[in-house]
Design a protein around this ligand. Structure first.
Ligand code: ZN
Length: 395
């Protein structure tokens, strides 16, 4: 269980919900007010203002529809009743709602069908606005200007080493029935790897329950603090599909999700006596992505790095209408499935900043770990507020 007693924002996705969810807005604002350091408070207020400036239709639908179409309890979801939705329709013009490219219509339609009838009209009006609004690139650049300040240009520039389209190393698929066993063997091997021990010192992951399930994606790590069902252990979810079971992908996934990625990192959050923002995506995903790229030195980790960094070319691209198609091509040429390509496009268009949080955060850690060890950073962080406060840190 967490040992820190400080205030925390226990919603990983608050940045994508405050635009439509008044209860979430209130919780986040109250947490920001508890920040003692005025510089951290100003940064958090800037991120909050940025996040309240847009509405993501997909995040809204995900919030209302959960677990096979059941309506989540109204008290935790500020937009999940007809009245709140009507108000949202009145308040949200086409400028605030994020544009939805044709490639993503099907994903949204699937969720629309699961909505209770009483909510369908209001959400369909919003969906029409999202489809018909002028194609626009989402406001991710502003988020990273706030987060990194002047360091941003340098982080974006590191694309040259990955000029060629990389291809996913081909490996045997790990059978679905052996995934849990593979995870156990991976953890045993990694914990006794002398190189990793030197980098990460005595920091170890907590006890974890592994769950294997069908579906798109690779893996997810749910610390108890933000898991919906409040389980007794942190949960590692491993998706079983064509992309994820490739043995090379699986290894980099586990470096990202488990060791020395998210699981180890959460140990540091639990030692923190100060504020913890579980929605600090660049910090959380940046760390895990650095681990994915550097915990092993092999073709799979080089591929993971280059395939992410190549997407930086879409950062300052202003032709929104062309991006979705190019995304799909790029990702498929790298050897992934169409569903993976669609997932990345969804991140790009409906969750501003999410896609680049992984690679820009990891790039920042690459520069830092030229100077100090990851273990030292974990110690540094355990004495500080946990948030996307990169521009305030000097190490
Ligand atoms: Zn992650």
């Amino acid at each position: 269980m967490p040992s820190h007693t400080a205030t925390s924002i226990a919603e990983w996705d608050w940045r994508y919900r405050v635009g439509f969810d008044s209860a979430c807005r209130h919780r986040v604002r109250s947490a920001i007010e508890t920040l003692q350091d005025p510089r951290e408070r100003v940064l958090m207020e800037q991120i909050y203002d940025w996040a309240t400036s847009f509405v993501s239709l997909h995040a809204l639908l995900q919030t209302i529809v959960a677990d096979g179409g059941a309506l989540r309890a109204g008290n935790s979801v500020g937009a999940a009743d007809a009245e709140s939705l009507e108000r949202l329709v009145e308040e949200t013009d086409s400028a605030a709602i994020l544009w939805l490219p044709a490639e993503l219509h099907e994903l949204v339609d699937e969720l629309l069908e699961k909505l209770p009838i009483a909510l369908r009209d209001a959400v369909t009006t919003l969906a029409d606005r999202a489809r018909r609004s002028v194609p626009r690139v989402p406001p991710h650049a502003r988020l990273f200007e706030i987060t990194f300040g002047e360091a941003l240009d340098g982080l974006l520039r590191q694309d040259e080493a990955c000029g060629e389209i990389p291809s996913l190393p081909r490996g045997r698929p790990v059978p679905s029935r052996d995934l849990v066993g593979y995870v156990e063997r991976f953890l045993r091997r990694s914990l006794s790897d002398p190189r990793l021990r030197e980098l990460f010192g005595e920091w170890t992951p907590p006890a974890i329950a592994t769950v294997v399930t069908d579906g798109p994606g690779f893996g997810e790590y749910w610390p108890t603090e933000i898991a919906r069902r409040r389980p007794s252990h942190d949960e590692l979810i491993v998706y079983s599909n064509r992309d994820s079971r490739n043995v090379h992908s699986l290894r980099t996934t586990l470096h990202h999700e488990l060791y020395p990625g998210h699981a180890l990192f959460y140990d540091s959050a639990r030692r923190s006596k100060q504020f913890v923002d579980h929605g600090a995506t660049t910090l959380v995903e940046g760390w895990a992505t650095w681990c994915e790229w550097h915990a092993a030195h092999d073709a799979a980790s080089r591929f993971a790095r280059c395939s992410r960094l190549r997407l930086h070319r879409f950062f300052a691209f202003d032709d929104a209408a062309a991006i979705a198609g190019r995304f799909t091509n790029e990702v498929i040429l790298q050897g992934f499935s169409k569903s993976r390509a669609r997932q990345l496009a969804l991140h790009y268009f409906q969750y501003p900043g999410l896609l680049f949080s992984y690679s820009l955060g990891a790039r920042w850690f690459e520069d830092l770990f030229e100077r100090i060890s990851p273990a030292r950073f974990l110690t540094f962080l355990s004495e500080r507020s946990w948030g996307d406060f990169f521009r305030l840190w000097s190490l």
